[in-house]
Design a protein. Structure first.
Ligand code: ZN
Ligand code: FE
Ligand code: FE
Ligand code: ZN
Length: 279
């Protein structure tokens, strides 16, 4: 299915592969979906291995195995060559920020020529907060305190400068847990930390498919990012080929409503702005 008129020539910078243990489909099928949707760029950003854990403790359903990383990079490069005339393929990885393990991550990331690195927080004190099997973890938290902690971890992640763009920056809302306190101050603080760190944020459409049923970030947080001067890009967080570029019309509309006129593309960790399609 084509994207609506004017929505072609966008980028999808958050795409997984079967290597992470919880996505399906051949990489070629993701690329072919991107071409069909009229994207100009697809960035593979599969889950890095759980580098902060001893090898025997890494859940094979949450990230690729360490030995797979070279093969993943080779596969992306193979797709890049094979589809070069139809779509530009970018090399990325979605890497977790885990406080105290910065040196390990820095070493892993230094081994490859990424086009951009996507930084995410899926774990708070070792708890995988986006896993439905660990949903009981929400009962151990005051939801306001959890939001504050989550946003602080996102800010810390950006400040490492390891990441070009930040993934689903309010993932903490995934299952519909809502803070009771007004978040305006927390949003402004986080957006200003992002701006100082020079990172981009993605408008991630996967949230529309989750219990929360809205994109990441919330429109208020997206507006705060715009006001702070933080740029944006697109991510579907596809874990199946048919999810590539899904709901990008909605994402573009939310970006425009927040005040954005363009989005960023990356190559070799250099960014360039591109105009958003008209409404
Ligand atoms: Zn995933
Ligand atoms: Fe993620
Ligand atoms: Fe992802
Ligand atoms: Zn993700």
């Amino acid at each position: 299915m084509q994207l609506p008129n004017g929505l072609t020539a966008l980028v999808d910078y958050h795409v997984h592969t079967a290597r992470c243990g919880h996505a399906v489909g051949a990489m070629e099928a993701y690329v072919e979906k991107a071409i069909e949707a009229g994207l100009k760029e697809l960035g593979f950003s599969d889950h890095l291995y759980l580098y902060w854990l001893p090898e025997g403790d890494r859940d094979p359903e949450l990230g690729m195995a360490e030995w797979e990383l070279d093969f993943y990079v080779e596969d992306v490069e193979r797709c890049r060559a094979r589809y070069a005339t139809d779509v530009t393929i970018r090399l990325s990885t979605e890497a977790d920020f885990i406080p105290g393990h910065e040196q390990t991550l820095e070493r892993v990331l230094a081994r490859y020529d990424w086009d951009y690195v996507l930084g995410s927080v899926h774990f708070v004190d070792g708890w995988g907060l986006d896993q439905s099997r660990y949903l009981d973890g929400y009962e151990r938290w005051d939801v306001n305190a959890l939001y504050a902690r989550y946003f602080d971890l996102m800010g810390q992640a950006a400040e490492t400068r390891f990441f070009d763009t930040m993934g689903h920056i309010d993932l903490v809302k995934k299952f519909g847990h809502r803070p009771t306190l007004d978040q305006a101050e927390n949003h402004r603080t986080l957006a200003e930390r992002f701006a100082r760190a020079g990172v981009c944020v993605e408008v991630n459409t996967a949230g529309l498919r989750k219990p929360v049923a809205e994109t990441y970030p919330h429109p208020d947080l997206l507006r705060a990012c715009h006001q702070a001067g933080v740029p944006v890009t697109f991510g579907s967080d596809a874990h199946a080929p048919e999810q590539v570029a899904l709901d990008f019309a909605t994402a573009a509309r939310l970006m425009r409503a927040a005040g954005y006129a363009d989005y960023l593309a990356y190559r070799g960790r250099n960014r360039s702005p591109h105009p958003l399609p008209p409404d």
